[in-house]
Design a protein around this ligand. Sequence first.
Ligand code: ZN
Length: 424
Amino acid sequence: MKMLIRGSRVIDPSCGRDAFCDILIEDGVIAAVGERLPDADAEVLDAAGLVSAPGLVDIHTHVREPGFEAKETIATATTAAARGGVTSMLAMANVSPVTDTPEAVADFYARAAKTAKVRVYTAAAVSRGQRGEEPTDVDALLAAGAAALSDDGVPLMNAALMRRALIAMKPSGLPVLSHSEDGDLVRGGVMNEGALSRRLGYPGRPAVAEELLLVRDAMLARDVDGYVHICHVSTKGSVAYIRQAKAAGIRITAETCPQYFTLTEAEIERQGALAKVNPPLRTQADVDAILDGLRDGTLDCIVTDHAPHTAEEKSRALPEAPSGMVGLETSLALSLTVLHHRLGLPLSFVIDKMSTAPAKLLQLDAGTLRPGAPADLVLFDPQERWTVDPADFASKGRNTPFGGWELTGRVRTTIVDGEIVYTR
Ligand SMILES: [Zn+2]
């Protein structure tokens, strides 16, 4: 089984390639990348005008299965991923039951084997039931196939457990993923704390809550020579602290999401619960700092924190509505629109942040078009303009604040293991 992708602009940050050439796929792996490759007995995909890149790697998603199938399933989340150009994704452990045992990890992969459209990995919890009291068995979870360790969704307030997790993960070289928000400081808070929250009369989630926990985790990582990865960075102070920690030689990496470099807290007034997310949307100064952090490498990657909820849940009043927004079907287009088209950053910069860098971070066999690598690719038209219509999503979750946005750059074809899993 051979496929030749002909005539596209091939961008592969893993080897610095950015050139018009062909890609030959054979038996599910990249066989060759080069100019005018012979097409004998290969199925030819004419990709002139498109960009071909390693499929996107989204290391922060919530697929809601098992336990919350009304919000999303592995089947619908991975179909949404395919539409968004994502070929590898990490599902967080806050499902029901929580992914905190080797049996739960095995159950996840058994489910995924039946229904997943793209590669989906699961994280395992740091603490039993994500209650922050008893540790999980890290070695057993990794042996069962857990691709990361995180209590994401719930702040891990127990520093002793975080320290223990950092130590337990050291032999693997993998990070502990930290949902950095101080649970006491954000309790009951529904939006960023500041002038706007006071005017609207809503309890806030202060920026210092995020910064406190990330500084704690950076200190713990330094103390045990462990590796911590900070999830969904949203504040100016966080970017500054991470920059300092990196400069001090601490093993720390960090991610942000499109919502944190495109939206401010003002969206709460316009869209209510659709703009409710943890950590919350912040101010323009924070947005500017996030962009600076991406540019100078303080923030290593862009993820979605894809968090589907039902329409009924999101129609509740702001304090009662659950937090989170979907992102798999808009993340590439938002990043291209803002980072490439508006700010002039190279396409390879966007691909690195969304594919090569996150793959490397979790040691996944992805993020590259090197011969021998799995043939996981995204083909997109960087110039196509389109309007986000949540009714058109494959995700069960329609909870996006980007409905009606005009974006530039659209996925055309997604390939996993040499098979087309999405095309339009
Ligand atoms: Zn989180």
